[in-house]
Write a protein that binds this ligand. Structure first.
Ligand code: UT7
Length: 324
């Protein structure tokens, strides 16, 4: 018998305010046409004044709890993937714990920027398989609108705010790749590329939260190769191949990266969940947001084989294979 971390509930939250590309045309030398053709993004959601990352995470978490038909008392642990916490500490996880009224178990954050949800899912899977917890709420939540330099057209048009949450439950599987749940994962990072995407502020340097800086084109050139390689490593670990995949649920950074990765894996765009036209790049939230939308639209169904992949600051990148 093998313990598998099975998805039992999913939900998301997006701030009310939708910001279309046309808003940037008023203050920057840019156009709706450039943003759409170079990135695939048309709109993004932007948090209201006073809204926080933990507020968004809590709303997504409650939606996932409702979807699973359980209560907060059934959750053993909370893991939040974020790089835009409310405060330097405590963790967004503990803030969500308090907002949900959970007074037992444990909560913490993981930080792997845009790949954060992949690292959080893999951590949750290991904790379930080693008996540290049986039901884990895994959240990706980010508020990149707070770290944008709104005078830098090469970055500020790309990102948005949001949160997505997935509940994993340990269940007995047969140990084959037919089992439901997380089947394999592949994690990577290479700190030599730390200057490709970073925030120019922090506690031990400037004492400020800083602004996002990105060498977009250099990162773009790294992405497709690394994403298809990590996908193949994860699939290969459990004897699966590209043609077994029902849905790629990619990190939503750029439609050209998403299309390039699908093509490299021999899959049609009919097998890819795409939400970036509506959400922009929501960093750690982008994968659970896309999963939640994909399920709500009736695309992702029980038994489907999902491949999730992401790359971002670090560089950090990876993938998770999960049967829904
Ligand atoms: O989530 C973390 C992972 N992030 C990513 O994976 C992002 C990866 N990178 C990308 O998505 C793309 O590189 C971008 C969308 C950021 C940029 O697209 P690109 O095709 O790589 O464009 P580029 O950076 O090579 O810039 C091309 C031109 C430049 O002008 P010149 O030097 O050719 O005159 C830029 O200054 O486009 C210009 N440009 C813009 N023009 C209008 C850059 N941003 C804008 C803009 N509007 N917003």
């Amino acid at each position: 018998m093998t313990i598998r971390a099975v998805a039992i509930g999913i939900g998301h939250y997006l701030p009310e305010r939708i910001m279309p590309n046309s808003e940037f045309e008023k203050t920057l030398d840019t156009s709706d046409e450039w943003i759409r053709t170079r990135s695939g993004i048309a709109n993004r959601h932007v948090a209201a004044d006073g809204e926080t990352t933990s507020n968004m995470a809590t709303k997504a978490a409650q939606a996932a709890i409702d979807d699973a038909g359980i209560t907060i008392d059934d959750i053993d642990a909370i893991i939040v993937a974020t790089s835009t916490p409310d405060l330097t500490f405590p963790s967004v996880g503990t803030m969500v714990q308090s907002q949900l009224g959970m007074t037992r178990g444990y909560a913490f954050d993981v930080q792997a920027v845009c790949a954060g949800f992949i690292f959080a899912l893999t951590t949750a899977n290991s904790m379930i398989q080693t008996g540290q917890a049986n039901r884990i709420l895994v959240i990706g939540a980010d508020m990149f609108s707070k770290i944008m330099d709104y005078t830098d057209r090469s970055t500020c048009v790309l990102f948005g705010d949001g949160a997505g949450a997935l509940i994993l439950e340990g269940r007995a599987g047969k140990g084959t790749n037919e089992d439901r749940g997380i089947l394999s994962a592949d994690l990577n990072s290479d700190g030599r590329y730390k200057d490709m995407l970073y925030v120019d502020g922090g506690v031990s340097t400037t004492g400020t939260s800083g602004h996002l800086r990105m060498q977009g084109n250099a990162l773009f050139r790294q992405a497709v190769e690394r994403l298809s390689a990590t996908a193949h490593h994860a699939l290969g670990k459990v004897g699966l191949s590209d043609s077994d995949i029902d849905w790629i649920v990619p990190h939503q950074a750029n439609i050209r990266i998403i299309k390039g990765t699908a093509k490299k894996m021999g899959l049609s765009m009919d097998n890819v969940i795409v939400t970036l036209q509506d959400h922009g790049n929501t960093s750690a939230a982008s994968i659970p947001l896309a999963m939640s939308v994909g399920k709500a639209e009736g695309k992702i169904k029980r038994g489907d084989l999902l491949l999730t992949e992401a790359i971002g600051g670090g560089l950090a990148w990876g993938s998770v294979v999960i049967r829904w």
